[in-house]
Design a protein around this ligand. Sequence first.
Ligand code: SF4
Ligand code: SF4
Length: 74
Amino acid sequence: MKTDARPIPAFKRKKCMACKICVDDCPVSCIGVAPSGSAKDPHGYPFLEDETRCIHCGQCADNCPVEAIRMVAA
Ligand code: SF4
Ligand code: SF4
């Protein structure tokens, strides 16, 4: 059976430390990281800005230092 597996990133927001490595590494600039909004909360909120631009390369998941990103079936 042929499947069209085109995975996209899914985010574990409680792990994200808002380093923005994923933002810098994405070759098509389709990830954003919003601040938590609280000075006491060091986490960020990564999100896919535009799913249609994602080229499914997995670089964001590979380079996240805290494994806050994994590639999942779209
Ligand atoms: S690389 Fe990981 S920890 Fe850093 S901002 Fe992206 S999701 Fe968060
Ligand atoms: S899989 Fe590649 S293109 Fe898609 S968001 Fe991650 S780094 Fe960007």
